[in-house]
Design a protein around this ligand. Structure first.
Ligand code: GYE
Length: 376
């Protein structure tokens, strides 16, 4: 919106360099290599040019205050991620006054970097980034900063040398989530006289904030309470990988009694593997499965006891990101870090609450009503 003239200039430059007409447009599918990504950006811009025919001045007028937002999404690895993408798309809709450019990076940082560069070239008004891992963003964020485009980090965090490389962050706190799971397990084990805990940790994408925090939460509890973390392996936050990793763990170890899955989809895969091996999960079974996210399907497994405890991580960041953008548009100050709270859901009522650093967090027993309220 505010940089339209510069956009028009960049647009002309792109026409010359790419042999395509127009600016803007969307790239729905990220390509695996840069050349292909550039080609698809060129195709996208052609479509946009057809829609937005006329000269630049007319385009400026017909813009009518539309805010262009480019969103670099990690991928579609989990139900949580799908709900997150939906929330963004529903919020940044045409009816709400946005032009939304959504890019699915298929879990690859290089695709995210390409997407951000395309957003800069298209001179979007805001960039939203859900980073796959924490490191490796300095260069591309500097490019966005140099172009004067505010970047809002969503969900996972970035680890950059200079915090001014992004405007704000909004997401949940995976370390707190991991600590909640650890304290819940401690209280549950006590209530059930389980003396020895032999834990398999199926980790998330290595180097992502969600993995780092949830793994640390478990490691802290294991250290404090003398539990045995038998094996740690990544399940990349997917059901398929969760199942594959659990199958191989079951072949190597016969003493596992807790499976700590760092998201619901990994838990679904792990449960399938455990049951296929002839073992059982649940309060009276061979293994307790702990999980994160609390999706509708996750909570359904909590009701049956297949997942014994599921720590919530809320994916509905669309309206939260929009609130930040609205404040920036109004010239208001915004908080740099914006944390979203989550609940603890469990099977049964053995543990009523857990306390972490002096704060008490209640535990909600999952019922049909709780599941009915969960849309994703
Ligand atoms: O828990 C998982 C997703 O980063 C918090 O990523 C997010 C995690 C979420 O794939 O399901």
């Amino acid at each position: 919106m505010k940089r339209k003239l510069l956009a028009a200039f960049l647009c002309a430059a792109m026409v010359v360099t790419m042999g395509a007409a127009g600016c803007g447009g969307s790239s729905n599918e990220a390509s695996t290599d840069d050349t292909a990504a550039e080609e698809s950006a060129a195709e996208d811009t052609t479509d946009a040019a057809e829609e937005e025919s006329g000269d630049d001045a007319a385009a400026e007028e017909s813009d009518g205050g539309v805010i262009t937002v480019g969103f670099s999404q990690v991928g579609a690895e989990s139900d949580w991620r799908t709900a997150n993408s939906e929330s963004m798309k529903n919020t940044f809709s045409e009816e709400n006054g946005y032009k939304f450019i959504f890019d699915d990076a298929q879990q690859k940082q290089e695709n995210q970097i390409t997407a951000i560069r395309n957003f800069v070239q298209q001179d979007v008004d805001y960039i939203l980034l859900a980073p796959v891992t924490e490191t490796g963003w300095d260069t591309v964020l500097q490019e966005a900063k140099d172009a004067g485009i505010p970047v809002i980090i969503v969900d996972r965090m970035v680890d950059v040398s200079d915090d001014s490389l992004y405007t704000a962050w909004v997401g949940t706190n995976p370390l707190l989530e991991g600590r909640k799971a650890g304290e819940w397990l401690k209280a549950y084990a006590e209530a059930h006289n389980i003396e020895e805990l032999n834990i398999a940790d199926i980790q998330g994408t290595i180097g992502s904030t969600a993995q780092i925090g949830r793994t640390q939460g478990l490691e802290e509890a294991a250290e404090k309470y003398g539990w045995n973390i038998v094996v740690q392996q990544t399940g990349e936050f997917t059901q398929a990988k969760g199942q594959e990793v659990m199958e191989s763990i079951l072949k190597q170890y016969d003493n596992i009694n807790v499976v700590y899955c760092e998201n619901d989809n990994e838990a679904f895969g792990a449960i399938d593997a455990i049951e296929a091996s002839g073992k059982t999960v649940g309060p009276d079974g061979d293994m307790l499965v702990i999980s994160f996210d609390s999706t509708n399907a996750g909570l359904t497994d909590v009701l049956s006891g297949k997942i014994i405890c599921d720590v919530e991580c809320n994916p509905l960041h669309g309206p939260r990101a929009e609130e930040l953008i609205k404040k920036l548009e109004a010239g208001e100050e915004i908080e740099k870090e914006n944390y979203v709270d989550g609940e603890i859901f469990a099977h049964g009522t053995d543990v009523e609450s857990v306390t972490i650093e002096g704060t008490e967090y209640p535990v909600t027993e999952v019922t049909e009503d709780v599941i009915a309220e969960r849309a994703y």
